[in-house]
Design a protein around this ligand. Structure first.
Ligand SMILES: Nc1ncnc2c1ncn2[C@@H]1O[C@H](COP(=O)(O)OP(=O)(O)OP(=O)(O)O)[C@@H](O)[C@H]1O
Ligand SMILES: [Mg+2]
Length: 248
């Protein structure tokens, strides 16, 4: 193996990122001067107490929200969340986002849901491309079903296929196993691991579950809007112990 393939440059980097929301009592700070990089071809898990800013961090990293301070880099390029249509379109193709509640459209078939990002971007929908995305998540035989006719784990896999269909470099997932039972959650984690190991993508996910986080190459701990810890190649016990420090 060449040395170069062992080097994991940051796929996304947040530099001195701050975020706040306007509340009834004025501005509420959520992220404080966060500097963190997410290495390419890594599965990184973000953990921390409820309200610590994990979803906000993911949204800022994915360009879904614009931080009030600092910069976000996608590779070497500063992520611009402005109105430039071409930039927005290129970001959309480079970044996929998976939600806890799957967000599949109930009236469309699984095939149509997965084809949707291609349709929305104006690309020609080629059946083999959509079927390949479904094959990667093991749902090629469910293409004609509606989401309600799938189990929770299958729905989440369909949602992952929908992000993979545009072949993004990066996949963000906010509590992708949060609505699933343990066994089904593991299938989804196996799939995300596969997405990193077999297709060379970068995945950044938020989770509250130490078992899910132990699939990651690295876990970072966010507490009160600051990165307070990091474990590489974590075990479930190490994660649980670190979480215990911050959640009590
Ligand atoms: N759109 C918004 N407007 C106002 N406040 C917000 C908004 N989004 C988040 N917040 C606040 O920012 C803080 C961090 O929220 P965030 O959703 O990032 O936390 P989290 O770590 O993802 O929590 P959880 O584990 O419960 O999902 C919370 O106090 C939340 O109430
Ligand atoms: Mg959240």
């Amino acid at each position: 193996m060449s040395l170069a393939s062992d080097i994991h440059l940051p796929a996304v980097q947040l530099v001195n990122v701050s975020m706040a929301y306007r509340g009834a009592a004025g501005e509420v700070p959520v992220l404080h001067d966060v500097t963190v990089g997410f290495p390419e071809r890594y599965l990184t898990a973000v953990m921390g107490p409820s309200g610590s800013g994990k979803t906000t961090l993911l949204h800022c990293a994915a360009g879904l929200e614009r931080p009030i301070g600092g910069k976000v880099f996608l590779g070497n390029t500063e992520l611009d969340t402005g109105d430039d249509r071409a930039l927005t379109e290129s970001r959309r193709r480079r970044i996929g986002f998976v939600f806890q509640q799957f967000n599949l459209l109930p009236m469309l078939t699984v095939y149509e849901n997965v084809a949707l990002p291609l349709r929305l971007s104006g690309a020609r929908v080629r059946r083999p491309v959509v079927m390949e995305a479904l094959r990667q998540v093991g749902l090629e035989d469910k293409a004609g079903r509606r989401p309600a006719q799938l189990s929770g784990g299958q729905q989440q896999r369909a949602a992952i296929a929908r992000t993979l269909v545009v072949e993004p470099e990066l996949v963000f997932a906010d509590e992708p196993t949060g609505s699933l039972d343990r066994a089904t959650g593991r299938q989804v984690m196996d799939l995300l691991r596969h997405v990193v190991d077999k297709t060379g993508r970068t995945v950044v996910m938020v989770t509250h579950d130490p078992v899910a986080a132990a699939y990651a190459d690295r876990v970072i701990f966010l507490v009160d809007g600051q990165v307070m810890g990091k474990i590489d190649h974590p075990s479930v016990d190490e994660i649980a112990a670190e979480l215990g420090r911050w959640e009590s």
